[in-house]
Design a protein around this ligand. Structure first.
Ligand SMILES: [Zn+2]
Length: 574
C-alpha cells in the first residue's frame, strides 16, 4: 500500500508540477453533503492528491441510498452518512488521508465564520436549495472558493463560485418551484407539505399495491400485512394496527427532536378547530367537501373510513393498486395520512417548519413525481468539480479566469456536456456585493457600552447614524424620534446587559437607507480586553472596509451612468 501511494504521488507530481502538487496535498477541504455527489467528490479528490477533508451531512443512510452511493453497505443502514463515507475512503488510502466526518446541520451556529475560515476550498453537494444558499453564503463571506454541483436524474450542473470574480450562490433569487424531492426528507423528517404528501402516496401504494422495491418506504409495514392485503380478514382491526404503527410507534422511535406521536385514542381527543377550515370567509361561501381542512379527530376517523372504503370498493384491484390522484377514494385516504403525518411533525413555533394542513383539493394539485438520482450523473458532475478545483489550485482565478465555466450536464440518450459562461457578481446581491460589509470584532462585552460601540461603528467603519439591529430587533433608529428615550437608555447599557446579548456571537446589523450599504458586525466577547478596546481580524480592517465601500459607490455610479447612456441611446439623444 505504502509503495503504491508513493508511486501515485510521483505521478501526481509529474502531472501537476511540484508547486501545484504541494498546494493540493496541503489544502484543507470542506465538503458539504455526503450523499451521492459528496461520496463521488471525496473519492475523486483523494485520488487527485487531496488529503485533508471535513465532511458535513445531517443524514443517516437509508436502504434506498445503496444503489448509487458506493461507500455504503447494508450494514451501514441507520448510520451517519459522513462517518460511513469516511470509513469507505479510508479503507482505500488509510495512511495519508485525514478525514473529519461531522454528523450535523449546516445551519447550526457552531459552523460559524471561524469554522469556515480554516478551509482553502469547499465543495457543495447538498441536495436542497436552502442548505446550498446558506453554505454558499458562508463560503462567499469568508472568501473560500467553492465548487458546487447538483443533479436531478439525467440532468446535472456544476458552477464555480469565487468571490468578486463570479456570481455567488445568492446573486440570483431563490427559485420557488421545486421539481424533485429529497428522498431522506420524505422518509424521516418532513419539513415541507410535499414531503408528507409523497410519503402518504407511497404508503398507499405499499398497502394496496405491489410491494416492489422501487417504493421509498420499502419493507416498512411488512409485518402488518404478512398475509397480503387481499387476505385480510378484519380490515378495521388492520387499519387501527396501521394507525398505531405509522403515527405512534414509529414516530416515537425516530430521532427528530420535533415530533408528536399520537395513538388512535389520543387522536379522537384532538379537536383542533383553530386549524380546521370549513367556510370561505372572504367569499362568504361554504367550502366544498374536498376544499375543507378538518380537525385531527376527524382525520383519524377519515383514515379508518377511507381504508375500509378502498378495501371494499377496490376489492378486485387490491395488491395492484397505484395511487391515482383522480381516484376519489385513494385521494381521501392519502389526504388523511398526509394530515396526520403533518400533525406528527408540525411545530408552529419553529419558523423553518413549513408544514401545514392541506385540503384534498390542494393535495391533488400538489401531487408530483419523485425524480431519482442516477449514479453516472453524480459521477460526471463531481469529476468536473474536481477538475475545476485543480484550476483553482493552479491559481487560475487570478491568471486565467476565462478557463472557468459553468457546465450543464445531460446524461442518458442525449448525453452531452455544455460549458456556459459564468456570470459576473451582481451589484445588488445581498451577500457578495461590496455594499455588504462583514466585520469580525472582539471586545470585552462586560465593560464596553452599546454607545461606545456605536461610536466605533461610526468613526472606524463609516456607519454614521444608521439603524442598528440585533437579531432583527431595532436597538437604534435615528428617525424614530418618539423612541429616543428608549434608545438613549440602551446606548448607556453594557453590551452584556442588552436583551439579545449572546456570549458566543452578537450580530449587529446596520443599514444605510440612502446608498444601500449594510454592515454586519460579529462581536465576540473577549475578557482579556479592557474598557473600550476593540480588535478586529485581518478581513475586517477599517481601511479595507472603507475601500470596499468606496469601490461599491464607484461601481454604483458607473452602473447608473451606463444605464443613463443606454436610455439616451435608446431615445437617440446620442
Ligand atoms: Zn452574490
Amino acid at each position: 500500500m505504502e509503495i503504491e501511494a508513493q508511486r501515485s504521488d510521483r505521478s501526481l507530481k509529474l502531472i501537476y508540477g511540484e508547486e501545484v502538487y504541494n498546494k493540493i496535498i496541503q489544502s484543507n477541504v470542506l465538503i458539504g453533503g455526503a450523499g451521492g455527489v459528496g461520496c463521488e467528490i471525496i473519492k475523486s479528490l483523494s485520488k487527485t492528491g487531496f488529503r485533508k477533508f471535513t465532511m458535513i451531512d445531517l443524514d443517516t443512510i437509508e436502504l434506498t441510498n445503496l444503489n448509487r452511493q458506493f461507500y455504503f453497505r447494508k450494514h451501514h443502514v441507520g448510520k451517519a452518512k459522513s462517518a460511513c463515507a469516511k470509513e469507505g475512503v479510508l479503507l482505500i488510502e488509510p495512511n495519508i488521508l485525514q478525514v473529519d466526518a461531522i454528523l450535523g446541520n449546516i445551519y447550526d451556529p457552531k459552523f460559524d465564520d471561524l469554522f469556515y475560515k480554516q478551509f482553502d476550498i469547499a465543495f457543495c453537494a447538498f441536495d436542497n436549495q436552502g442548505a446550498r444558499r446558506h453554505f454558499g453564503k458562508m463560503c462567499t463571506v469568508n472568501n473560500i472558493p467553492m465548487v458546487e454541483a447538483g443533479t436531478s436524474a439525467f440532468n446535472g450542473q456544476t458552477q464555480t463560485r469565487i468571490k468578486d470574480l463570479f456570481e455567488c450562490r445568492n446573486c440570483t433569487p431563490e427559485v420557488k418551484q421545486q421539481t424533485s424531492f429529497n428522498v431522506c426528507s420524505i422518509r424521516t423528517r418532513p419539513s415541507e407539505p410535499i414531503h408528507c404528501i409523497v410519503w402518504a402516496s407511497n404508503m398507499f401504494n405499499l398497502i394496496f399495491g405491489n410491494q416492489d422495491d422501487s417504493n421509498l418506504l420499502e419493507n416498512y409495514i411488512q409485518d402488518i400485512f404478512k398475509e397480503g392485503i387481499k387476505n385480510v380478514q378484519d380490515p378495521k382491526e388492520k387499519a387501527l394496527q396501521l394507525f398505531e404503527k405509522i403515527f405512534n410507534e414509529d414516530i416515537q422511535k425516530c430521532d427528530e427532536k420535533e415530533r408528536f406521536p399520537i395513538s388512535f385514542e389520543q387522536s379522537l381527543q384532538i379537536d383542533n378547530k383553530e386549524d380546521a377550515v370549513y367556510f370561505d370567509e372572504r367569499n362568504n361561501r361554504k367550502l366544498l367537501e374536498d376544499e375543507k381542512i378538518f380537525t385531527i379527530k376527524e382525520y383519524a376517523q377519515k383514515f379508518i373510513q377511507a381504508f375500509l372504503d378502498v378495501f371494499h370498493h377496490r376489492k378486485e384491484a387490491l395488491g395492484e393498486l397505484k395511487f391515482d390522484k383522480d381516484d376519489q377514494l385513494a385521494l381521501k385516504f392519502v389526504a388523511a395520512i398526509t394530515n396526520l403525518r403533518t400533525f406528527n411533525f408540525l411545530n408552529k413555533e419553529n419558523e423553518k417548519n413549513k408544514l401545514r394542513y392541506l385540503s384534498e383539493h390542494k393535495i391533488k394539485q400538489m401531487v408530483g413525481n419523485i425524480i431519482p438520482a442516477i449514479a453516472s450523473t453524480n459521477a460526471i458532475v463531481s469529476a468536473i468539480q474536481v477538475n475545476e478545483a485543480i484550476k483553482i489550485m493552479k491559481g487560475y482565478a487570478k491568471t486565467k479566469p476565462q478557463l472557468f465555466s459553468e457546465y450543464l450536464v445531460q446524461n442518458g440518450d442525449q448525453s452531452k456536456i455544455t460549458p456556459a459562461q459564468l456570470s459576473l457578481p451582481q451589484l445588488s446581491c445581498p451577500v457578495c456585493s461590496p455594499a455588504n460589509c462583514y466585520i469580525n470584532i472582539k471586545a470585552n462585552c462586560t465593560q464596553i457600552t452599546f454607545g461606545q460601540l456605536k461610536q466605533i461603528f461610526e468613526e472606524q467603519y463609516l456607519a454614521y447614524n444608521q439603524i442598528i439591529k440585533i437579531d432583527d430587533k431595532v436597538y437604534y433608529d435615528p428617525h424614530q424620534i418618539s423612541l429616543r428615550k428608549i434608545f438613549d437608555n440602551l446606548l448607556l447599557k453594557k453590551i452584556s446587559e442588552l436583551p439579545n446579548y449572546n456570549q458566543d456571537y452578537t450580530k449587529f446589523k446596520l443599514f444605510s437607507i440612502d446608498n444601500q450599504i449594510t454592515w454586519e458586525f460579529n462581536l465576540m466577547h473577549d475578557s482579556s480586553l479592557q474598557g473600550q478596546q476593540v480588535v478586529c481580524d485581518q478581513n475586517s480592517d477599517p481601511t479595507r472596509i472603507k475601500q470596499q465601500q468606496i469601490q461599491y459607490i464607484k461601481l454604483k455610479h458607473e452602473q447608473t451612468f451606463k444605464e443613463k447612456i443606454d436610455i439616451f441611446k435608446r431615445y437617440k439623444y446620442i
